[in-house]
Design a protein around this ligand. Structure first.
Ligand code: UDX
Length: 472
């Protein structure tokens, strides 16, 4: 199936992301790169629910509208009508299991309808069921690891330590105790990536992340959206027997791809409609004066926290572009008159074109939840960060941002008062802030990795050559 069934073989990659923005976006960037820069055919598979959301949210901006051969497909996720598909990590995990298992019907249909059979499956690291499907059809599977190499390493070390009885994931959940693994910043137990939800939920997430890293040995490549120079030693410290990841990031920054993207031909494939008018608002602000505030796609606030944040941002006197997703806020969240009195110096949108925002000259800082995509996007643009992690890998990322790379300052953890927000925003946005210079230096490092001869560029070229070889 992988070769020979068509006289002219064209690489055809089937991609399957975890059903959540932070995983869909970088895999779609890879799809755009392979299609626009190398002419590959891509079948991009989402759950039917997300597929419909994407079509609704991006009318006129989908890859096919811009001539890219990326076919967006939706397949059933196996959940019942009433189950939560938007904000529940446990349900996301269930969905990826279900979807991975029903891919074979799709692959059979493609083989009977399309002159170019699937030559490679690139699926999220969590989609371990795709390994069986790939083996059944004799197609190579590549795993896609959206976070950084440090997160991968943390899980490998914890799994190894658990297997020799030196670590019990569940013991650390509610504790302040510090866990240390080689090459990684020391972390409190409750900040470990799987410490989400109840003790039982966290235990089951730990089991599934361990299973995911074990399964990596059945993948031909493990692509990682990071940059070698950011974490140069981390992989040499992995316990033996664990697969290494191959850093190719930031994928969106890939040299060739960047040269082909303009404001006009941008394709969007997110779950929310981007409110591009915020770019016009930025056009009217002075350089480096705006703080961009966004908490990614899944962090939620209690009303009191939102209020403190709003008051702190206002008191800082800084100009703000604030993404408040529709599911995080209702109109009664703010004090009376707040929106009106801040109308000039604050722009609030429900979703924005984040990469364009971060690369806008008016933006001088980013208050972020430290999701890995946001972190890497900000570093690629040289924007210093105010780090406010909430869950999963965000605590590790925040330590790296502040203590390892020096491109941000900590805002706090958990509930944060308005006075703290005010003081930290002023500190970050001050032109003398030492993190500003560091952020610009790191931007150079990341840019060098993405251009010809750079580490990520070279890894991507090797990977593309390998994809082509599968067709010979
Ligand atoms: C989740 C986890 O929270 C994160 O810790 C993990 O690393 C990846 O999965 P998410 O919370 O969505 O991701 O954060 P992040 O990784 O930062 O991804 C958000 C993506 O949405 C980014 O690519 C960002 O550019 C995009 N975005 C965000 C927009 O395009 N517009 C917005 O208004 C906000």
């Amino acid at each position: 199936m992988a070769s020979g069934s068509s006289s002219v073989c064209r690489p055809h990659v089937l991609m399957l992301p975890f059903p959540e923005t932070g995983h869909i976006n970088p895999l779609m960037d890879l799809a755009k790169y392979l299609s626009s820069c190398h002419g590959f055919l891509i079948t991009f598979v989402n759950t039917l629910y997300n597929h419909k959301r994407i079509l609704r949210a991006n009318v006129g901006h989908l890859p096919s509208d811009h001539g890219l051969d990326i076919r967006m497909v939706g397949i059933p996720d196996g959940l019942s009508e009433v189950e939560n598909r938007d904000n529940d990590v446990a349900d996301f995990v269930k969905v990826i299991e279900n979807v991975g298992a029903v891919l074979d019907e799709l692959i059979r249909n493609i083989a009977s309808e399309c002159p170019h059979p699937v030559t490679c499956i690139i699926s999220d690291v969590t989609a371990v069921k795709t390994i069986d499907v790939a083996q059944k059809f004799g197609i190579p599977r590549v795993a896609f690891w959206p976070p950084n190499a440090s997160t991968h390493s943390l899980i490998c070390h914890a799994r190894h330590a658990a297997s020799v009885g030196e670590f019990a994931a569940e013991d650390f959940l509610e504790k302040d105790e510090v866990v240390s693994f080689p090459g990684l910043p020391p972390m409190r137990g409750r900040h470990l990536p799987w410490a989400v939800g109840t003790k039982q939920e966290a235990q089951s997430i730990f089991k599934s992340v361990c299973r995911n890293v074990e399964a990596l040995r059945h993948s031909e490549w493990v692509l990682c959206n990071s940059v070698y120079e950011l974490e140069p030693t981390i992989q040499s410290l992995l316990p033996s027997g664990y697969s290494k990841v191959c850093p190719i990031g930031p994928i969106l920054h890939a040299d060739l791809l960047q040269k082909r993207i303009t404001r006009e031909n941008q394709t969007t494939t997110g779950l929310w409609t981007e409110q591009n008018e915020c770019l016009d608002w930025l056009d009217h602000q002075s350089p480096c004066t705006v703080l961009y505030v966004s908490m990614g796609s899944i962090v939620l606030f209690v009303k009191q926290q939102l209020l403190e944040l709003a008051l702190g941002l206002e008191a800082s006197g800084v100009r703000i572009l604030w993404v408040l997703r529709a599911d995080t806020c209702s109109p009664d969240c703010f004090p009376d008159g707040y929106i009106e009195r801040n109308a000039k110096k604050m722009k609030i949108v429900q979703w924005c074109p984040q990469v364009s925002v971060l690369s806008h000259k008016a933006v001088g800082g980013f208050l972020t939840h430290c999701g890995w995509n946001s972190t890497l996007e900000a570093m690629a643009m040289g924007i210093p960060m105010l780090a406010w992690p909430h869950l999963a890998d965000q605590f590790l990322n925040s330590s790296l941002i502040v203590d390892e790379w020096g491109v941000g300052i900590h805002l706090g953890e958990g509930f944060v008062r308005g006075e703290t927000v005010e003081a930290k925003v002023k500190e970050l946005m001050s032109q003398e802030s030492p993190v500003r210079g560091k952020a610009l230096q790191l931007k150079q490092v990341i840019t060098r990795a993405s251009i010809e001869g750079g580490s990520s560029f070279t890894n991507l070229v090797k990977f593309v050559e390998w994809l082509k070889m599968n067709c010979e």
